[in-house]
Write a protein that binds this ligand. Sequence first.
Ligand code: AMP
Ligand code: MN
Ligand code: MN
Length: 337
Amino acid sequence: MTLPGPTAEQWAAAVAAVRSAGADDEVQLICHVNPDGDALGSMLGFALGLRRLGHTRLRATFPGDFAVPGPYQQLPGSDLLVPEKDAFVSPRLVLIFDVAGVSRLGGLAGLLTTAPAAVVLDHHASNTGFGGIQLVDPSAAATSVVAEGLLSRLGVPLDAEIAECLYVALATDTGSFKFDMTTVSVHELAARLIATGIRPGEISRRIFDSKPFGAMKLTGEVLGRAVLDPGAAGGRGMVWTWATLDDLERHGQPPYILDTLIDPVRSVAEADVSVVVKEVAPGEWSVSLRSKGAVDVSAVAVSQGGGGHRLAAGFTGYGEAAHVVDTVRRLLDRYLI
Ligand code: AMP
Ligand code: MN
Ligand code: MN
């Protein structure tokens, strides 16, 4: 199924919006709270493109804790990252990356209405259509695909630094070129990125295959308590587990270590649906949902105030972890595909 991407008018409006900002005007780039590889990679890759165009006043940020996951701390363009509190107060142009809805912008959402120009670059099916000019392509494997589309329309050639950012974004959101969204055009883009001289093996090791020992022990413990519920999702099965703040503390690990925990969980053959419930504050849980095709988990997440893609989504749940999972279990039957 090919979902409609941005229209020619939207692309033209986005190009005009970027060009409306002079080289010395303040440009604020923003990605979603708890940023992942696509959020940071598409934002910093685009920021570097603006730098190549001569822009001198660029800042990149995201709401909430100013914690950049270890694997992304050396991304090119990281020098442009500032905490939320240091974002420009009245930028000429605001650019938003990988954000499905305003709730993922926290306290930065106000800039959308005060800035003379705002462009939203995204690929979530659940995108709520917020912001000024929308470049939302639900068929895009990553927001970096949209970012590259805009960079090329602005006449910015790819170089190794931009390419590294966009490659990290693409590799993260395709699960290392494994998910259904891994199309011919994804590989063509990857080929163009690699042609700049970046080293995919070295990048992948740094991004995916480099974790502290404590993270491995934590993962082992959390996977060890996973529960298989074969009757859930109309008999297609659900597997779930949970991790608490106490688990993180005992193993001395930061919260982002749990971002990839869903990957081993979703590999369980007996379950179509996988769920990881991660405590982010006492009684508050970040819920990751994945399906192999039986359930529209984006609909489940949206019904709980979250969002995402049809087969990969998330929301924030409250109360006891078991109660959050019970809610998900009930909703799975409602949103069977
Ligand atoms: P995660 O499970 O955190 O890797 O997220 C899976 C997908 O759901 C990603 O595309 C996220 O952007 C999206 N997502 C996760 N949590 C939320 C939320 N609270 N609101 C909107 N989208 C979300
Ligand atoms: Mn993301
Ligand atoms: Mn993304």
